[in-house]
Design a protein around this ligand. Structure first.
Ligand code: FHN
Length: 479
């Protein structure tokens, strides 16, 4: 936290949305150290752009690059590890890898079809890999020789996607890997003067590419940085703070993930005083916080991202090599994230021909059907702060509390424990009928299952009366 802002905030005792906006592991204020490149603010951003980011809740990730062409196979050997890292697994030199550009010609690619599929799935934003670790750019960057312009496809495929998604009312976020395997000036660490000079050139190149992206595609709403874990970047925390500021000057309101940032001491995501850097936390990748034990995450904005197979982001031709989540498992992770005040981004790895694999189309379809009935328990919803029950998850929007039931009990009574002075006045299944509610003990209710078992996860919307005059008519046990 910068010193002047830090003092102001501490004097004002800022709280936003009812939470003291600090991490539990923070240092006591008087022990905080001075940081030039630490957090820029305490607490959640409350402006309209951030609110939109938060309310969107459900996004899709698109990992598309040269790696889609081999799809995990090189010289007849199939590698089970992440397909977008094949260059590393198969130890392929850059000059050979970039020859894949000659084969980049996705004849089935239709951005309108992609955008319609996302719309039907109910995603409100799409994160696109503008450049992954391999260095290949989906836009015709004038700073690189490895771009879409040098492929048989030639056209600005990123621009086509941005337009198509925006036309469907879907926000576009840019994934950008700072780590760039194709660039001779990239360094994993800075160990010599030569490294320092080369890496300075690399940072300038990266600045130029980022400025190019921000000015060519001014409707972009978010930059999501990746490949920022190397020591070279941790030793240049100043640069990560500079990038955030630079992008925010070009695109006021843009949101930026915590993964970009390192502070003066190379501490990432959270600075050395324990404060979140960037606008939202982006450390939950292929995992989620525990919905009972890890409630600290409800104090800041965060976004999780998830693969459908265990760890494949880019297209891999053989999904049978690892566990593939079912649509219901994907759905549960979406609900789980939102129930804890987070966003969820579900990954898609398009084929080299520009189509999606059948499993991904089916997944998008099933999630979309569910969202079209139940989306109101996801969009604009937040952590409800009611005690989690074993039947599923709660989300909340204003006065409405949603029960999202994944594990219906044999008793057919869904246990609900309300916070003090809160009464449930009505319970209705979304797109269904009202169900019975009975107070069974002080601040404990049974909400009935729908008469006909929905056979799929369902949502019950609760109307509640807060600050109600509830009295305990059940005498406490004397023990
Ligand atoms: O190495 C990448 C990986 O390929 C993928 O892009 C994910 C997406 O979050 N990020 C990195 C690993 O954290």
């Amino acid at each position: 936290m910068k010193r002047t802002l830090q003092i102001t905030v501490l004097l004002l005792g800022v709280t936003v949305g009812g939470f003291a906006q600090r991490q539990p592991q923070k240092l006591p204020a008087e022990q905080e150290i001075f940081l030039k490149y630490g957090a820029d603010r305490l607490g959640k951003r409350q402006d309209e752009n951030m609110k939109k980011f938060r309310d969107n809740r459900l996004g899709a990730f698109i990992h598309w690059g040269l790696y889609a062409i081999p799809g995990g196979e090189w010289n007849g050997k199939v590698y089970n590890e992440a397909a977008e890292w094949l260059k590393v697994w198969a130890k392929i030199p850059t000059n050979e890898w970039v020859k894949l550009m000659e084969q980049w010609n996705p004849t089935k690619f239709n951005p309108k079809v992609w955008a319609k599929m996302a719309k039907k799935m109910g995603v409100k934003y799409v994160k696109i890999t503008t450049k992954h670790h391999e260095g290949f750019c989906l836009w015709p960057s004038k700073y690189s020789q490895y771009t879409i312009a040098q492929t048989p496809y030639k056209k600005d495929i990123l621009g086509e996607m941005v337009k198509a998604y925006n036309d469907e009312g879907i926000d576009v976020h840019f994934y950008f890997s700072v780590l760039d395997w194709s660039h001779s000036d990239y360094r994993y660490d800075i160990k010599s003067k030569e490294d320092e000079v080369a890496f300075a050139r690399f940072l300038e190149f990266t600045d130029n590419q980022l400025k190019e992206l921000a000015t060519r595609y001014p409707t972009v709403k978010d930059f999501w940085f990746d490949g920022t874990w190397d020591t070279s970047i941790k030793k240049n925390g100043w640069w990560t703070a500079h990038v955030e500021q630079m992008l925010k000057e070009i695109l006021p309101g843009v949101t930026i993930n915590s993964r970009l940032r390192a502070d003066d001491y190379g501490k990432r995501h959270f600075d050395s005083n324990g404060h979140l850097m960037g606008d939202y936390e982006s450390g939950y990748e292929r995992r989620l916080p525990d919905p009972v034990k890890d409630l600290k995450v409800t104090r800041w904005d965060w976004e999780a991202c998830m693969t459908v197979p265990e760890n494949q982001w880019g297209y891999h031709k053989d999904w049978s090599l690892s566990y593939v989540k079912t649509p219901l498992e994907v759905l549960e992770r979406i609900v789980h994230a939102v129930s804890m005040g987070g966003n969820m981004v579900v990954n898609f790895g398009p084929q080299p021909d520009g189509d999606f694999r059948p499993e991904e189309k089916e997944l998008a379809n099933i999630i979309g059907k569910w969202m079209s009935v139940n989306g109101e328990c996801i969009y604009g919803c937040d952590y409800a702060s009611w005690d989690k029950q074993s039947w599923g998850y709660y989300t909340r929007k204003g006065k409405d509390v949603y029960m999202i039931v994944f594990n219906p009990p044999y008793s057919r009574h869904l246990m609900v424990k309300t916070p003090g002075n809160t009464k449930i006045t009505k319970a209705v299944v979304l797109s269904g009928k009202e169900v019975g509610v009975k107070e069974i003990a002080y601040n404990e209710y049974h909400v009935d299952m729908p008469a006909k078992d929905p056979g799929a996860p369902f949502v019950i919307k609760l109307q509640v009366e807060e600050n109600a005059n509830t009295s305990n008519k059940y005498r406490e046990a004397l023990t």
